[in-house]
Design a protein around this ligand. Structure first.
Ligand SMILES: [Cu+2]
Length: 477
């Protein structure tokens, strides 16, 4: 079978051959951008680390586009490892979703693959590797979609992406986690973090040398905050800034005022505020269950930049559900009858570091079969002592119940299910495919906490069937 990248190379060659027939400008307007995934050296508090970076054609980090335009991009793998990039939170065609052995085969070292689909959403999203532990070495970047009309006039958009980082190699962390007969089976872990980070980064900086963003008094700012961590939920601390939370996971919420927001692994929060006076305004992310924080500093011209230590004396507390109860979708799902209901029991077997869904680990987890047009509900029943930020690909969902009680919750793509609690999500099955559904703690996903939502009429790729030993066609209902 011809792969898409091969097809693209042929088309590109053909395109070059016929180029003189077209004006250069019209050809250029349709040309895809390139997202190059490459290694780079990053100095993190004196440690020289080899990490990944995703650089776009313009030299920037990640992608910024507009609703209605196409995301037309060649992902170029300039590393010596197989990769994929997943567009987190996007309602994309299944074959563009970037999940190895589910929606595509990995892009081989020095290979490339072309992605091209229409952006039907606006908001704050991100991209990250879905292969191995590459995300732990920072193979991730923002994916921002402005409305059709472009960025709002007179609003400064500030993107802040937080990532946790360990100086130990991901392979050595994994070896320690999965060491047989280990009684604790965690690296100095508590019940919040399996792998407590050494440091938290904000836009790849630590608080020892934070990113400074220049702002003006009276300027309106939209902070697009992304938690791109592998294992650390954070609190977004806005300090004394009077602000409004307007969106989570790219989806509008009824405005909420606060200064300390829970942003779990893989989630995003968009916050609006006006620079009230001259000075410096630190935007801080605090690691749940850790003594670590990171941040960027917004500052007016000439303002004194404060020194903020990246370690505090006491651990930031565990999450609760107070915030979830405050969040309501701006545009909730229409009320209708539920056609399918699934329950996923989330458990952990610490004797072998297996994180399970209904007692099974990926790729042996049976899929959640759905049909196009159905309203589907899934109850995530966390029977373990750790939180699981569960992410469903290819659709938004609404949180409709908490511990058995109906709520009018937000639309999201990632829901953090706290220990010994139960959350029900609902979505309309209108994007056929085989969609990954997994815990976004990198180590939990790799330890098996992943399944798929599989549309009955969608032909699953052969590599997926080979890996999962699932039937090619849906069982009779
Ligand atoms: Cu988990």
């Amino acid at each position: 079978m011809m792969t898409k990248s091969k097809t693209f190379k042929m088309l590109a060659t053909a395109g070059l051959a016929i180029l003189p027939l077209y004006s250069v400008s019209s050809y250029a307007a349709q040309a895809p951008i390139t997202l190059t995934v490459h290694n780079t050296q990053l100095n993190i508090d004196g440690h020289n680390e080899t990490v990944y970076q995703i650089t776009n054609s313009a030299g920037g980090n990640g992608f910024t586009g507009r609703e209605g335009e196409n995301f037309n991009a060649i992902v170029k793998n300039d590393t010596d490892k197989p990769i994929t990039l997943h567009w987190h939170g996007l309602v994309d065609p299944n074959k563009e979703d970037g999940v190895p052995d589910v929606t595509q085969l990995p892009i081989p070292p020095h290979g490339q693959q072309h992605y091209d689909f229409k952006l039907n959403q606006t908001g704050t999203y991100w991209m990250h590797s879905h292969v191995g532990f590459e995300e732990a070495r920072l193979m991730a970047a923002p994916f921002i979609i402005y409305p059709k009309s472009g960025p709002e006039a007179n609003v400064k958009n500030v993107t802040m992406m937080v990532q946790d980082f360990n100086y130990a190699s991901p392979n050595s962390i994994w070896k320690a986690l999965t060491k047989p007969n280990e009684s604790k089976l965690k690296i100095n872990g508590n019940e919040i973090n399996d792998v407590p980070p050494n440091v938290l980064l904000a836009n790849r900086h630590t608080l020892k040398k934070p990113e400074i963003v220049r702002v003006k008094v009276g300027e309106k700012v939209r902070l697009r905050f992304i938690n791109g961590s592998t294992d650390t939920n954070v609190y977004l601390n806005m300090g004394k800034l009077d602000n409004t939370l307007i969106a989570v996971d790219g989806q509008g919420v009824k405005p909420v005022n606060g200064n300390n927001y829970q942003v779990a692994i893989a989630q995003r929060s968009d916050v609006l505020f006006t620079v009230p006076h001259k000075g410096a305004f630190p935007i801080i992310a605090e690691g749940e269950g850790t003594k670590l924080r990171t941040g960027i500093i917004l500052a007016t011209e000439g303002a004194k930049i404060p020194n903020i230590s990246e370690k505090v004396n006491t651990e930031y507390p565990a999450y609760n559900y107070k915030q979830l109860l405050q969040l309501h979708a701006k545009t909730p799902l229409a009320k209708r009858k539920v056609d399918e209901h699934y329950t996923l029991n989330l458990t952990g077997d610490m004797t072998k570091y297996a994180w399970e869904i209904n007692g099974k680990t990926w790729p042996n987890t049976p899929p959640l079969w759905v049909s196009k047009g159905e309203r589907v509900e899934v109850t995530l029943n966390n029977e373990s002592m750790m939180p699981h930020p569960m992410h469903l690909h290819g659709t938004d969902f609404q949180i409709v119940s908490l511990n058995g009680k109906a709520i009018d919750g937000p639309m999201r793509d990632t829901v953090n299910v706290l220990p010994h609690s139960k959350v029900t999500i609902a979505f309309d099955a209108d994007n056929p495919g085989v969609w990954a559904f997994h815990c976004h703690i990198l180590w939990h996903a790799d330890a098996g906490m992943m399944t798929t939502v599989r549309y009955r009429d969608y032909p699953a790729p052969q590599y997926y069937l080979n890996l999962t030993h699932q039937p090619a066609t849906a069982p009779k209902a």
